[in-house]
Design a protein around this ligand. Structure first.
Ligand SMILES: O=P(O)(O)OC[C@H]1O[C@H](O)[C@H](O)[C@@H](O)[C@@H]1O
Length: 388
């Protein structure tokens, strides 16, 4: 555990972390920064950390709390910053005392780390009880996976279904459609989990895979999607398996003219999955009085696969269960495909190239000359049009 830090107020008294790109406006004396980066090398994270450090120094100097000496600036960082990282020597080089770093294990990939020390900002935001409940949700699903026969093992069955949709029915994408606005970023969360894990084309042994792997995960809250892209899921030419996620009890109960708003809302969830499963035959369309070419346009083939995930309420525990469910689904698919769901060399390449290109953006002639023609042209455009 990091030791408490005080003197300037700082990490012992502050209660909120920040991951904003603009520094907070309140007094720097009361700010504690949590820099969360496993490798402590990620360009965006470290840039934000340096900006926060500059902001802190400037604010403390303006308030007369420190002077411009290196000793006092170093001391300020030691008192106002903690880290969550596995790279303790880099944490120290930044100026954070490694004793003020929450560690975890280097084999925990970012996309699997919210339930590790990386969740520190969540502990602060939600409180330790809620975070414990979140962990209990993860644990419940882990136990289920470890102790349930494969034919009844929910994440295994869902993973196998995804392999079936992808490799036998030709599905390219997978939609996740929560009927809860609080989960409006859940599909984006799952994009890192599933696509970074299973976006691979060679197996563990280096041989090329012989079938498609990792689907494109995407989605939006159902109430938005059903007025937008559901049309393609209902009647398009592509097969799009979809997970519908809904909750019996709403976060904010409301009534409209005496009717439960959430009940009306859930009617949509049930209607959409029913329509996708059973469609509408030409006979049913004609029985409604439709004739001619419109009959075909109003006919729905149905048999579009969906999975309904229905829970009592969106609590921290249920959120933990949901995340763990998808983690195990991802692992199941990766296992069937024989790929390593825990590396991400494609992302690493982008990070390395960004470090090489950054000097070219700043005008370094050698770095510019080292780029390919397309990147050089884009850099030339940038340098021509950049203000000041
Ligand atoms: O925690 P860091 O080392 O800063 O990494 C942050 C992120 O960097 C990359 O984008 C990786 O692909 C992610 O898996 C990781 O979560």
């Amino acid at each position: 555990m990091p030791r408490p830090v005080s003197r300037h107020g700082s990490c012992r008294t502050s209660t909120r972390s920040t991951s904003r790109t603009r520094p907070p406006t309140s007094t720097p004396r009361r700010r504690c920064f949590i820099v969360a980066s496993k490798t402590f090398t990620t360009l965006e994270t470290l840039t934000n950390a340096r900006l926060a450090r500059d902001w802190l120094w400037a604010g403390l100097q303006e308030a007369g709390a420190i002077d411009d000496s290196e000793a006092q600036k170093t001391d300020a960082v030691a008192h106002h910053f903690v880290a969550v990282s596995t790279a303790l020597e880099k944490v120290e080089a930044f100026g954070i005392d490694p004793a003020n770093a929450f560690g975890f294990w280097d084999w925990v990939g970012g996309r699997y780390s919210v339930d590790s020390a990386i969740g520190l900002s969540l502990v602060i935001e939600l409180g330790p009880d809620a975070f414990r409940d979140l962990l209990a949700g993860f644990h419940a699903v882990d136990e289920h996976v470890a102790s349930t026969p494969l034919e009844k093992n929910v994440p295994v069955l869902m993973g196998l279904l995804n392999v079936w949709y992808t490799n036998f029915l030709g599905a390219q994408t997978h939609a996740v459609l929560p009927y809860a606005q609080q989960l409006h970023r859940f599909a984006a969360y799952l994009q890192q989990l599933t696509m970074e894990s299973n976006g691979k084309s060679v197996r563990w042994d280096g041989t090329p895979v012989t079938s498609d792997t990792g689907e494109v995960f995407w989605g939006e809250p159902g109430t938005n999607g059903q007025h937008a892209f559901y049309q393609l899921i209902h009647q398009g030419t592509r097969l799009i398996p979809a997970d519908f996620i809904a909750f019996v009890n709403p976060a904010h109960p409301l009534t409209d003219g005496g009717r439960d708003v959430h009940g009306l809302f859930l009617a949509n969830f049930l209607a959409q999955t029913k329509a996708l499963a059973f469609g509408k035959t030409a006979e049913e369309v004609e029985a409604e009085g439709t004739t001619g070419a419109l009959v075909a346009a109003r006919t729905f083939a149905g048999n579009r696969p969906t999975t309904s995930i229905f829970a009592p309420a969106l609590t921290p525990k249920v959120l933990g269960e949901l995340i763990a469910l998808y983690e195990h689904i991802t692992f199941t698919q990766g296992t069937i495909w024989g790929i390593n769901s825990f590396d991400q060399w494609g992302v690493e390449l982008g990070k390395q190239l960004a470090l090489q290109i950054a000097p070219a953006i700043e005008g370094d002639a050698d770095a510019l000359a080292a780029q390919d023609a397309s990147t050089q042209a884009l850099l030339a455009y940038y340098r021509t049009h950049r203000h000041s």
